[in-house]
Ligand binder design. Structure first.
Ligand code: ZN
Length: 147
């Protein structure tokens, strides 16, 4: 499997996690963490609504768990996959957690275009530069990589 095909496979899993978040009453966002060997070690959906936690985004919540379970060296070699480009809060938690690579399915700009003027939309600062970000735009019949 090519690196690109692997990224898309992980992003598909993120979408499944986001569906589970939606089914549980939250917004449909999901994140997973793959270790240096490519094994999925954590999965996290958004918990903002059901937990009444304004910081319950999938990525930030995943990073809280990741930092309790893995060293910064391990996290540097890990890849965080997420359905959408992390917001400033989540990007901060990814930065401070020391995850080396982030792959996201849709940009924050594109998400805002699709969702319109929603109070969850936020066009904030981009990922800190230390984190290597890759945008993966996925649809059912094609995939385009950028970033
Ligand atoms: Zn966030």
């Amino acid at each position: 499997m090519s690196e690109r095909a692997a990224h898309i496979s992980y992003l598909k899993r993120c979408i499944e996690v986001s569906r589970m978040a939606r089914l549980s009453g939250n917004t449909p966002f999901g994140a997973i963490l793959a270790d240096a060997e490519g094994e999925i070690v954590l999965e996290q959906g958004n918990i903002e609504i059901t937990e009444s936690n304004c910081t319950g985004h999938a990525e930030r919540t995943l990073m809280e768990k990741a930092s309790k379970s893995y060293t910064k060296e391990q996290l540097w070699r890990s890849v965080l996959y997420t359905t959408a480009e992390p917001c400033a809060m989540c990007a901060g938690s990814i930065y401070w957690g020391n995850v080396g690579t982030v792959v996201y399915g849709i940009s924050e700009k594109r998400l805002a275009e699709l969702t319109g003027d929603d109070d969850q939309s936020y066009a904030g600062p981009a990922l800190p530069h230390r984190v290597r970000a890759r945008a993966q735009v996925y649809s059912s019949n094609r995939a385009v990589s950028g970033g």
